[in-house]
Write a protein that binds this ligand. Sequence first.
Ligand SMILES: [Mg+2]
Length: 363
Amino acid sequence: MGQHSNKPIDDTTERIERVSIKPTHTGPLSSTVDDAFVEKCQNILLAGSCGDALGKWTEFVPTLDAIESSWPGGLRGFDQVERRLHGAPPPYTDDTQMSLLVLHTLIKMRREQSDINLICTSLAEAFATTWLDDPQTPSRMPGNACLSASNLLRERLPARPDPAWWKAGAPGAGGCGAVMRAYPFALVYADQPEFAVRAAAEHGTITHGAALSSAATAAFVAGVLAGIHGKDCPAMVTAMVQAAETYDHETAAMIESAAAKGADPSITQSAVLGSDNSNPFPGQLRGWAGHEAIAAAAFLLARHGSDAEAAVVAGANTPGDSDSIASVAGVLSAAAGGVMPEKWRAVEGSGEIAQLVEEMISA
Ligand SMILES: [Mg+2]
């Protein structure tokens, strides 16, 4: 546990004061960004949903041998699952569904110049209403921590001035559900990185109360921001380690160690991300927990750099939480400058990405 472990604070006034931090920049994002930024945001959204939609097929396949027997040579593209799609676009799962809900909510929040408490209150309401009411949610394979916190919040609504969102996530909840949906903070608040990282970490506690989740969430957003602002992969990793350290030392150490292994070509992927999900040993990253997911993605970023397709494919071919690992790795690789080849535009929702980014920069 880090020195600033986010132990629950019961005093509502104290907590609200702590998160009544306002954005430092107002006005639309479009006044501070260029065409390259717009393109990068589009690539990030595409790579994130492709990793999710590819990893969906391997998430519950528990060994590399089992993946190999279904898809000889590994699962490398949507063409290999075409028969199972019955003509529909390859669907994404809860990772992208929740990320898009976060993105839509943040666009509105930026426009209204909301502070962190208001942002989190709105997100809590969105999870408890829009997300739970969405008839597609059950088939997106949502995580238990997200479901139970959202149901708890639903019982508290309508609640003013706030639904005590920071008490909804169980203190021990440390799955990767908060991490995977956090990257929109880096996009919508790209012009104010400190605010983006802090707001993202706070939002994680809506569903996940463990310090490792806050650390992993902060690290993800800090890494994406570093990439967006032109830093190379090692500098992105440094930003991730520093952001994680604020909340949890163990998470920071895991990211640093995984990235070092990713940069060492003598170390195989299966030595770090495993070959069998039922037989984990210390140091192997399965991605079910937030710190493992972000460390696994840091390994893939260090190994594949801005080759977003390679990062996504490698993330999908893992025995653990493949969709989240591939999605987070895809986002980081695209932030580093990666572009998914044209054929990946088959993924669900890709036709709406350009419009969504347009809406984002005018907010
Ligand atoms: Mg998922």
